[in-house]
Design a protein around this ligand. Structure first.
Ligand code: 5GP
Ligand code: MN
Length: 315
């Protein structure tokens, strides 16, 4: 499969690279690593993401060039869709995207697109991009390495999640050999948080609920909390790790109010419980230990339904 993707890269000139709404480090890092690589071999590349780039990822090389709307006059020979389990994860511009190459590592990937490179054993989409670059081959410059390293760092939860393998460290180590400084990246990603994030965290932690004999923990982020603290929704990223960190908790849930009676649900679990399956019941998907979905209804209804499904899985 990789060969056909490489053929498409070699024989075409203009590329669109899209990744998922509410982008994370892997969505942006993979897209920018591929974009810089293609530019370096003389291709014309446009990077699209529907949503704003989280502040702590804006240091990534080429990040300012990401567009958030696709002008109808723009045409592309090929569109890469990265880190998306479903095509609709691209968001509202989806119908403008044709001739799709799907590169992803979600177990729940629906198999969309004309060509696919999908491997759920991969820690991140960036690992797959790395493999493609090696095969073409394209030289991995410092700018590319910085994007790949950041994508791997964030998607493995700083090398803590169960998707971290020997191969992951091998690639990370190569990125460091090329010039990436792990302490500098960690500082950018984890240690330059704006004050509103900590204020929001305080409010979110106040909503902590423990259920099912200590095996389920949940927190809530509402629109009113965002307003009160001046925080933007993407600052909620990783807050679910706090309920997840409690001794005895098997499944952590974060309910984030997106609009009135509409909640984004994030799920995290320890290695014994598959939450990708649970997320599917809420119109979403993801990885066995990190997944997400959505639900219409009041917070009470969302909680009732999610806790019921999770409890059933635990018992
Ligand atoms: P998060 O909880 O951080 O938003 O997402 C965790 C994981 O679940 C990510 O790998 C993300 O791609 C996946 N995910 C989150 N929301 C959705 C969704 O609505 N649909 C699908 N298919 N996957 C999702
Ligand atoms: Mn990913």
């Amino acid at each position: 499969m990789e060969e056909r993707i490489i053929e498409e890269i070699k024989s075409n000139r203009t590329f669109l690279i899209a990744s998922h709404v509410n982008p994370d480090g892997d969505a942006i890092g993979s897209a920018l690593a591929l974009a810089i690589s293609l530019k370096n071999i003389g291709k014309k590349v446009t990077v699209f993401n529907q949503d704003p780039i989280p502040r702590n990822l804006q240091f990534l090389p080429m990040s300012p060039e990401i567009i958030h709307e696709i002008d109808r006059s723009l045409t592309f020979d090929v569109a890469f869709v990265l880190d998306c389990g479903d095509l609709d994860r691209v968001g509202k511009e989806i119908e403008k995207i044709r001739k799709i190459i799907n590169i992803d590592h979600h177990m729940t990937n629906s198999g969309f697109g004309d060509l696919r490179l999908v491997d759920s054993q991969s820690s991140s989409t960036a690992e797959l991009i790395y493999a493609v670059l090696k095969d073409i081959p394209i030289e991995i410059t410092y700018e590319i390495a910085l994007n790949i390293y950041t994508a791997i760092l964030t998607d493995t939860g700083a090398f803590c999640n169960s998707n971290t393998t020997e191969g992951t460290f091998h690639i990370a180590s190569e990125m460091v050999r090329i010039g990436v400084n792990p302490a500098n990246v960690a500082e950018k990603i984890y240690q330059e948080m704006p004050v509103p994030r900590l204020k929001l965290l305080g409010l979110a932690l106040n909503t902590l609920e423990i259920l099912d004999n200590g095996r389920i923990a949940s927190v809530v982020v509402t629109l009113s909390m965002l307003r009160k603290t001046g925080a933007t929704p993407e600052l909620t990223e990783d807050m679910i790790n706090y309920p997840r960190s409690i001794l005895g908790v098997k499944v952590a849930v974060l309910f984030r109010e997106v609009s009135r009676n509409y909640y984004k649900i994030s799920l995290r679990s320890n290695k014994d419980i598959d939450v990708a399956d649970i997320a599917r019941e809420f119109g979403g998907g993801g990885h066995p230990n990190a997944s997400g979905g959505n639900m219409k209804g009041s917070l009470l209804e969302a909680k009732g339904k999610v806790f019921e499904v999770v409890s059933k899985r635990l018992n």
